[in-house]
Design a protein around this ligand. Structure first.
Ligand SMILES: [Fe+2]
Ligand SMILES: [Fe+2]
Length: 228
């Protein structure tokens, strides 16, 4: 579109604030009692899923020259496909709630994590699947309960579906993190904690969902020493 052209009547006007903001610039989420609060939550989750699609493909493309076996790429392509399903489910739910993806600002924290770990696959796997996606396992059950209490069973059911898949994504992260540590002669627990201290700002936030993390093969011995 030409600079200064009028906004066509069938398109929403551009928001005055930039769509992507630093995580600290984001407003606190409202309660889920009203539709606006539920739209804000589902929009934030859709944004995370959209980033997760990019992050999975980024692993496939960026680290393709490291001599990894075919199974590594199969796993991450599978993760990317599931993240795309997750985004589609949440985007459709936003439509049902009277909104759409892109209607609200979002944060660029996930992509910052991708940039901070672009130099090393061990660091990327430590921070993205084993810190950020594992954090999703910690907070999702409470989110599902809040949505159910607010009477939004449809959004809660979508989060329930995502939760099962995300255990699988953390498991993929653990499998390849441990594979790389073996091939590089690293102690996995020590390498994990070293990567988190260097490339993730802040301590890991308890309480942890130890049961879901264990279901993904992610033992508490990895992360408990980093609890803030
Ligand atoms: Fe996802
Ligand atoms: Fe995921």
């Amino acid at each position: 579109m030409a600079v200064g052209a009028a906004t066509p009547p069938d398109r929403p006007a551009r928001p005055a604030r930039p769509l992507l903001q630093p995580p600290r610039g984001m407003k606190r989420r409202r309660t889920l009692g009203g539709t606006a609060g539920r739209i804000a939550l589902v929009h934030a989750l859709a944004h995370i899923e959209l980033n997760a699609i990019d992050l999975a493909w980024d692993v496939v493309a960026r680290f393709s020259g490291e001599g990894l076996p075919r199974g590594f790429f199969d796993d991450w392509v599978g993760v990317a496909a599931e993240e795309a399903e997750h985004f589609a489910l949440l985007a459709a739910r936003l439509g049902k709630l009277g909104s759409e993806y892109g209607a609200l600002p979002a944060h660029d924290g996930l992509w910052e994590a991708a940039a901070a770990t672009a130099h090393d696959l061990v660091a990327r796997l430590a921070v993205v699947p084993l810190v950020l996606e594992a954090r999703g396992l910690d907070v999702t059950p409470a989110m599902i309960a809040r949505l159910e209490r607010a009477g939004d069973g449809a959004s809660a059911a979508i989060l329930g579906r995502l939760y099962g898949d995300e255990i699988g994504h953390v498991a993929v992260g653990v499998r390849w993190f441990e594979h790389l540590c073996r091939t590089r002669g690293l102690d996995p627990g020590g390498a994990f904690r070293d990567c988190v201290r260097r490339h993730f700002s802040g301590a890991l936030k308890p309480p942890f969902n130890d049961a879901a993390r264990a279901a993904a093969g992610f033992a508490a011995g990895y992360y408990a020493p980093l609890a803030g």
